[in-house]
Design a protein around this ligand. Structure first.
Ligand SMILES: N[C@@H](CCC(=O)N[C@@H](CS)C(=O)NCC(=O)O)C(=O)O
Length: 213
């Protein structure tokens, strides 16, 4: 069955899906949608995903959008290794940690939000960069507390979960925006441990075919 991931090398939501595909050992074709040129808003791509967001994933004859929905689909369809837990409480905690990133940090730092701040709200680049870092720090604070409660090496012990899949791309974004990560030593350690795994290493932005630097 053929699989295609429409993404962008620096898109952290695409990065999450790449990690999940690699963890599951699934081959896929990568198609780059250049967010800098606005290709995500073009008619061609919007026929696939009317929301105009990457990632968009095709598995055989089905197409899916929204990174967390795609990853949970992969987890249910290709169960090994599991990214959630059979235990409902642990499952809820893993999802909650993932959602701190995917629902509370990432959407307000998204490209279209940053563009709106600049063009419609007339904000300077410096203020926009502060905004970006502020929302990362707000979300990383409770996540650091969750991480401190983990026996390690990952966010929920020695199982790599959906929460780790979301953490690494957000750490990448944080570094790109020169966020002060010294306030988040446990998250930094966990990120380091995860980046030793081939599934994470091979999913990094610079290793993607559409990467230009
Ligand atoms: N909630 C969506 C968010 C997807 C998303 O925000 N994608 C970004 C790249 S990381 C995007 O396509 N942005 C295009 C834009 O803002 O115009 C998901 O998790 O898939």
């Amino acid at each position: 069955m053929s699989r295609t991931l429409y993404g962008y090398w620096r898109s952290s939501a695409s990065y999450r899906v790449r990690i999940a595909l690699n963890l599951k050992g699934l081959d896929y074709e990568s198609k780059g949608i250049d967010l800098r040129t606005g290709a995500q808003g073009g008619v061609g791509f919007k026929l696939l995903n009317p929301q105009g967001f990457v990632p968009y994933f095709i598995d055989g004859d089905i197409g899916l959008n929204q990174s967390l929905a795609i990853i949970e689909y992969l987890d249910e369809t290709y169960p090994e290794p599991a990214l959630l837990s059979d235990d409902p409480v642990k499952r809820a905690r893993i999802r909650a940690a993932a959602q701190i990133i995917a629902c509370d940090i990432h959407p307000i730092d998204n490209l279209r939000v940053l563009k709106y701040l600049k063009t419609s709200m007339g904000q300077e680049q410096e203020a926009i960069d502060d905004w970006y870092r502020h929302w990362i720090e707000e979300g990383f604070q409770p996540l650091e507390e969750i991480a401190e409660g983990s026996p390690g090496p990952y966010l929920f012990g020695d199982q790599v979960t959906l929460a780790d899949v979301c953490l690494v791309p957000q750490m990448y974004n944080a570094r790109r925006q020169r966020t002060d990560l010294s306030r988040f030593p446990t998250l930094t350690e966990i990120d380091k441990a995860l980046m030793k795994l081939p599934a994470f290493l091979n999913a990094r932005p610079e290793a993607q075919p559409d990467a230009d630097s």
